[in-house]
Design a protein around this ligand. Structure first.
Ligand code: ADP
Length: 163
């Protein structure tokens, strides 16, 4: 029963992440979308909010569950019995980062392997940071994120404007 973990910040989840999740869920018996609790970058959404947005985005995929973790990704993978980490590749720039991470993770946990799915063409230019940049300036992000995520972005940025 192969279990795979798709670890990411998901700040917030985009159609690109959702596409990778849907395609990976067809390859593995169980897929865990693991929301990283404390990335070394500024987050817009709290962990609870990110989990809620991810859960709603993948609710239609029966073999996918959502979890959070704050330890090393490989330690989390070992804890849940996963031997596969799923990542998405958008461009050559992603490749360099993923290549390095895959080797480091393999060194830390030799049983683990990384499966990278190529981003679908229509989502290959999507990133959470671009979503936030556009949403912060009042742009339309409906083609980048699911409606409930777009609504959450509007809520956050209208709060910030009022502050
Ligand atoms: P992290 O903080 O771990 O980089 P991200 O949420 O930015 O978290 O991305 C997590 C993973 O999802 C990475 O492997 C990234 O390449 C992939 N990913 C992000 N956006 C897309 C997309 N539009 N299409 C395919 N994969 C993507």
């Amino acid at each position: 029963m192969p279990i795979a973990v798709y670890p990411a910040s998901f700040d917030p989840i985009t159609y690109g992440h959702m596409d990778v999740a849907a395609r990976a869920s067809a390859l593995f018996d169980t897929l865990i979308l693991a929301v990283y609790d404390r990335p070394l970058k500024n987050l817009l959404f709290s962990t609870a909010e990110r989990v809620e947005l991810v859960a709603a985005a993948v609710a239609h995929l029966p073999n996918v569950r959502v979890d959070t973790y704050s330890e090393l990704t490989v330690h989390y993978a070992r804890k849940v019995g996963a031997k596969v980490l799923v990542r998405g590749l958008r461009a050559v720039t992603d490749f360099e980062h993923e290549f390095q991470m895959a080797h480091l993770n393999h060194r830390l946990y030799p049983e683990v392997d990384v499966v990278c799915l190529m981003a679908s063409q229509e989502y290959s230019l999507l990133s959470s940071s671009a979503v936030k940049e556009i949403a912060a300036l009042g742009g339309n992000v409906d083609f980048m994120v699911a409606p409930h995520v777009a609504a959450a972005l509007r809520r956050v940025y209208s709060r910030k404007e009022q502050a």
